[in-house]
Design a protein. Structure first.
Length: 191
């Protein structure tokens, strides 16, 4: 009798990754399986530092991505930068950026990435502007967060230590931040 095949990644991540790769391909108009990008479960793989041609075109079309360049690495943490572009896009007071104050650099423990958490905060802020019953707005927010999570895990791991291992350049995070800003804008603007 043949032994069962053992996957190096959890079954759940394996099953979700195919759909996530399709989403990434649709977002950037490329076949993500042909790129040198992280795919769920491939820990230790170095993320690209430079945007592909298709990614650069998407960034150029994004208001949030262009705005992110003003904050990212300019005294704002990753989480603050992501939330700040959401704040500007939604015309909210800049003081709200302090909500993300403790989430930079993976909550100062190189854990869950600030770009990820700041993006989720921006989605929550956008849900608060929906002219819908609270229950329905929360459901919309959940759908957006699920879509962002699926997109994220098709692009990169969740933890800073895996996104930017020792010796990796800052540009890895900038690239990921720009792409996340494009995704957040797409989710928020479809309302």
């Amino acid at each position: 009798m043949d032994e069962p095949i053992s996957l190096p990644i959890p079954r759940r991540h394996f099953l979700v990754s195919a759909g996530n790769l399709a989403v990434a391909g649709c977002l950037f108009g490329v076949d993500p399986t042909g790129r040198e990008a992280f795919q769920a479960g491939q820990h230790g793989k170095i993320l690209p530092e430079v945007l592909s041609t298709a990614e650069a075109a998407a960034v150029e079309q994004s208001i949030l991505a262009k705005d992110l360049k003003k904050y990212f690495g300019q005294g704002y943490s990753c989480a603050e930068s992501m939330l700040m572009v959401g704040i500007h896009y939604l015309a909210k007071p800049e003081e709200l950026v302090w909500l993300a104050g403790g989430f930079g650099r993976g909550m100062y423990h190189r854990d869950v990435c600030g770009i990820m958490t700041g993006g989720i905060m921006a989605l929550g802020l956008a849900a608060g502007q929906l002219k819908l019953e609270r229950k329905i707005a929360k459901e919309r927010n959940e759908q957006d967060v699920q879509a962002y999570w699926a997109w994220w895990t098709s692009q990169a791991p969740l933890r800073c230590t895996e996104i930017r291992p020792e010796g990796t350049k800052f540009e890895v995070c900038l690239r990921l931040g720009l792409l996340a800003a494009v995704k957040i804008e797409a989710l928020v603007s479809r309302r």
